[in-house]
Design a protein around this ligand. Sequence first.
Ligand SMILES: Nc1ncnc2c1ncn2[C@@H]1O[C@H](COP(=O)(O)OP(=O)(O)OP(=O)(O)O)[C@@H](O)[C@H]1O
Ligand SMILES: [Mg+2]
Length: 228
Amino acid sequence: MPTIVFASPKGGAGKSTSAVILASELARKGAAVVLIDADPNRPVTAWARRPGKPESLEVVADVTEDTVIDEIEAAAARVPFVIVDLEGTASMTVAYAISRADLVLIPSQGSQLDAAEAAKAIRLIRQQEKAFARRIPHAVLFTRTSAAIRPRTLQHIRGEFETHGVPALETQMHEREAYRAVFSFGGTVDNLNASQVSGLEGAIRNARAFAAEVVALLRQAQAREAVA
Ligand SMILES: Nc1ncnc2c1ncn2[C@@H]1O[C@H](COP(=O)(O)OP(=O)(O)OP(=O)(O)O)[C@@H](O)[C@H]1O
Ligand SMILES: [Mg+2]
C-alpha cells in the first residue's frame, strides 16, 4: 500500500512536522498508518511517547540504513498508508527510502535558498528513478508559509519548479503554532485546546486539506500506473 516519503537535505524544512500531521489526519479518518522514524535523532518517536497518539497510528522506531527497506516493505504489506520521516541530510537511508516511495514530498520553506536545497532532493529522486527504472512521483510541499499573504517570491519559485517538471502541492503547510504544539504536548491538532493554541481552527482545516490532496495525488499516480 502507498508509501509516502518526506525528503529534503535541508535541516528544519518541515519534514517531521508535516509527516506527523499527515499521519495523524489519515489515522483520524480511520486508516491504519505506520509512521517510520528513519531519522537517527528520533523526533517522531519522541512525539509518539507523549500522550494522544491515535490508536490506528503505529510508529516504527530504530530504523537504520540496514533495515529501512525491510521496514517499509513489511509495513506496506499490512497497512494502507506508510509514511517515512528522514533526517535532513543526504544518506543511503534517504536513497533507499526514496527507492520504495509511491510519493516523495519535498518540504521547502519557499525562499530561493530553500528551493536550491529542494532541487538536491529532486536530483536524488531522478537518480533513483534511473537506478530502479521506474517513475517515482514527487512534489514540493511549501511549509511555514503565511496563511494571510501570498508572496510573489513563492509564486515565482512554484513556477520555476513547474518549469522543471516538478509540481508543488496546492496546499501549503502554513506557519501555525498548533503544528509546534503537538510536539510539546503530544497527540494531534484535534486534541489541542483552542483557548491555549492560537489559530487552531485554521491549522485543523489546513491539515485536512493537506491529507486530502495527498490522497488525491496517490490516486492519480495509481491510475497512471494502471494505464502504463
Ligand atoms: N507548518 C509549521 N508551522 C509552524 N512551525 C513549523 C511548521 N513546520 C515546521 N515547523 C517548525 O520548524 C522547525 C523544523 O521543523 P521540522 O523539525 O519538522 O523540520 P525537519 O525537516 O524535520 O528537520 P530535520 O531536517 O532537522 O529533521 C521545528 O521547530 C518545527 O516546530
Ligand atoms: Mg525531522
